[in-house]
Write a protein that binds this ligand. Structure first.
Ligand SMILES: [Zn+2]
Length: 307
């Protein structure tokens, strides 16, 4: 290892004079720009002078480069303005990139790209994090509905990248990818209040009723204004049904639908409730009858499926 390697060596000036002195823009060599959406999908190619939109994109690219080339590296310096990495085995492989003020980009300034002859291929690359796996295998995880089993997932990563990841990493990758694809369920429940307010504001006449118990979501009833109005043109019959909600928090979806003149299903109202109970059906039907301006018919609740 070169004993002179320390942080002061990494200059923020480009050591390789790639750009010519030509004043004329046409002759001036342009530095390649890394496209975070296209280039990250291919085998990563890096070079001195290459520009990235910001330090996060550079981090992602260099992480993938390390995995693809069996290099496990250390972050010597990792800041938003400058990043320096070096081979973990200490062979002297080193890269430094920093913020380019003039162009508001992140640029590779120096790169000691020596061969890792004695370092060997790093098959337990620490840069292959659960987050990286979740991005790299997003499509497959979606195909497996977030339940891609450990063994096939681990074997696929080993075949593709010659690295071994743990069961915990692939478990986390499944979870991260699905949260990204669906949004976190908890975060979505947190937005319900704003959603109700937005519907009331931009779709006046709609009914949005949320029931909470001990500050916890219990039920939500939705009857949009256009559906209320459209019901007048439907046949005088309403169908009711309930089904399970299969997302993380479970619960039941209650729905009321009508039939239009063409005998097509016409949605009227729906509610997410904690379970299919007499009390939840009653709550749903009371709100529904109010919305369609109907009185409680005789035998109300009497003809529902056995609860
Ligand atoms: Zn090395």
């Amino acid at each position: 290892m070169n004993p002179n390697w320390d942080e002061d060596v990494d200059s923020d000036a480009l050591l390789t004079p790639i750009a010519s002195d030509e004043e004329d823009g046409e002759h001036k060599k342009k530095f390649p720009e890394f496209n975070q959406f296209i280039d990250i999908q291919k085998k990563i190619k890096l070079e001195v002078g290459m520009k990235f939109s910001n330090h996060k994109v550079f981090r992602e690219a260099v992480q993938q480069y390390g995995i693809e080339n069996g290099i496990d590296f250390l972050w010597v310096k990792s800041e938003s303005k400058r990043i320096t990495i070096k081979c973990k085995k200490g062979c002297g492989w080193r890269m430094h990139a920093s913020h380019n003020e003039a162009e508001n980009s992140f640029q590779i300034k120096t790169w000691t790209n020596i061969e890792h002859k004695d370092c060997g291929w790093s098959n337990k690359n620490t840069k292959a994090s659960a987050k990286w796996l979740s991005l790299k295998y997003q499509d497959q995880i979606r195909d497996h509905k977030g339940k891609w089993e450990n063994e096939p997932f681990i074997n696929q990563v080993a075949r593709d990248h010659k690295i071994f990841v743990s069961r915990f990493q692939v478990y986390r990758a499944n979870k991260i990818a699905m949260e990204k694809l669906q949004g976190s369920h908890a975060a979505q429940y947190g937005l319900l209040w704003n959603y109700c307010e937005a519907v009331r504001l931009y779709n006046p006449g709609s009914t949005m009723k949320m029931k909470v118990e001990d500050n916890r979501f219990q039920r939500l009833y939705v009857c949009l204004d256009a559906l209320k109005k459209g019901l007048k043109f439907c046949r005088p019959i309403i169908h009711l049904d309930g089904c399970f909600l299969k997302a993380g928090y479970g619960g039941q979806l209650l729905v009321a639908v009508g039939r239009d003149g063409n005998d097509n299903i016409f949605p009227i109202a729906y509610a997410a409730v904690e379970a299919e109970l007499k009390d939840s059906w009653q709550w749903f039907l009371d709100l529904l009858l109010k919305d369609i301006e109907a009185d409680r018919p005789p035998g109300y609740l009497g003809h529902l499926p056995k609860l």
